[in-house]
Every structure is written in structure tokens, then in C-alpha cells.
Design a protein around this ligand. Sequence first.
Ligand code: CP
Ligand code: NVA
Length: 299
Amino acid sequence: MPKHFLTILDIPKDEAKQVLLRAKEMKDDNVRTDLLAGKTLLMIFDKASTRTRVSFEVGVRHLGGDPVFIASKDSQLGRSEPLKDAARVLSRYADGLIVRTFGQENLETLVEYGDIPVVNALTDEYHPCQIMADMLTMYERTPKLEDIKVAWVGDGNNMAHSFINGAVTFGYQLSLACPNGYEPDEEILAKARGLGAVISLSDDPSEAVSGADYVHTDVWASMGQEEEQKKREKAFAGYEVNGALMAKAAADAKFMHCLPAHRGEEVSEAVFESPASIVWDQAENRLHMQKAILEWIYT
Ligand code: CP
Ligand code: NVA
């Protein structure tokens, strides 16, 4: 049976720590291997990407494999070829699928009908590669992840859901502040709490960031929600991560953002460009962490 990475919870807790340590080693030692020699990984993207696309293409090459990128709109998928058909065809050509799509159920269809590993490169529900990379970025500064407080200020979106899952696996305390009507999915939250995660949810950014070691945010309108931008700007008023908000976090708190960022909306220019902002390390760590995730899948 192939291993898949659809959410953080697909990696057993004890193995997740090993993946994290391996990602750090991959980074420190600038690791190149031939693990994927002779293997082709197809990258099927329904949505735009800079970091995820490039870090996977580079990472697959660092492991000796060949990435092949397909923008769905340029393929028959963009003309309604059923995913369950594509899954069976592509399984005969390639050794893995790295997929950015809308509904999580699309990935589940690829798993059900294909017989090669499937990696979630972002869905409407989750962004697990990003949050695993964020774990590395926080771990580099505070190795005891179970002792830190992570604040999420903004939309209860794919990023928030993966932070919720990450709290199960890595044991940090998570405080979310989301406007009314933009909270994370109740089932995802309830499941994580049931698995022991310590997570608070309010509509008060000050409460969420109080004493936090890391303050995370994301765009107010995700890909696919562009026409809601104006409505969301109203709903998210007061949710900008600015100097006044960061002052309520822990003394040496860091600001993080998966990028791309909208300065003047979810984050002020001053915070984004401040010494507290570690967004470039965060973006770099996508490469190292994804190499470690691929190694977990293919070893
Ligand atoms: N953070 C992230 O996933 O960026 P891209 O959309 O550029 O891949
Ligand atoms: N929540 C954002 C993340 C982009 C990396 C989106 O889904 O568009």
C-alpha cells in the first residue's frame, strides 16, 4: 500500500518528530540523495503557486527524481475529465502525485482510484506541507514545541485547520482568533481536541496573541474566494497584525506568514518587514521539510 500525505495526521506522532529532525538535517547538511532515482512525480495544480511548485520541483530533483508539472487548466482535467479516470491513467505513468486542488475529496478520489502516493500541496481544507515547514521554522528557535504558544489571527481556513492538526501532533498550545462566521470547521476542531490538543478559539486577536511565542496570519480571501474580498475586508477589520498587536505577544515573539502576503490588510508593512518577521526562513523551510516528507513516503 502506498503512503499518502493528505493531512498532518497521516504521519504517526512518533514518526512526525523524526521527519522534523530529518528536515533539519536535510537543511544543515544540504542533503542530496538518489532516493527517487528513476521515479517521476507528477505535480497537478488547479490553483496558482510560487513556493509550493518551485520547492517541490527543486526538492524532487535533490532526491534524484523527475518532477513533471501539469496545470490542470491545460490538461483534459480542465475540460472535465473525471479525476477517477485520470487517477488510473496517471498511476500507470508515474510514481507519485503532488496535488494542489479545491476540495479535499479530490485527493481522496486520487487515493481511491490510483495506486501511487498522493501528497497534498494545498486544498481548501488543509495545507499540511506548509504547517510541517512552519514546525521546522519554530523548532529552529524553540526546540521544545510542546512548550510554546502559537497564535492564529484571521480566517479559520486551510492554514488554520492544519495548525489545529499540528497541535495534536506537536503538542503546542494554539489560540485562534477568527471573526464571527469565519471560524474553523467544528468537526476538525472537535477531533483535535478529542485527541488531546489544547486549542482556544475566540474573536479577539488581543486575547489570542497574549503571551504567544509565534503569531501567524494569512490572507483574508484564499484562492477561490476572490469575489468575497470586499465582504471579507469588512468582516476582518481589526484583524491586522500590527505593532500594537505584536506588543501583546511574548517579548521575543516572531511573526510568521505562509505568503503571499497582503501588507496593509492582514499584516502591517512595519511588522512584515520587522526583525520579528521570520517569513523568509519559513518559505525556505518548505524545501527542506518537503524533502523529508518525500523521504518518509518513499522509504
Ligand atoms: N505558501 C504557499 O503555499 O505559497 P504558494 O501559493 O506560492 O505555493
Ligand atoms: N489560505 C491561502 C494560502 C495560500 C498559500 C489560500 O488557500 O489561498
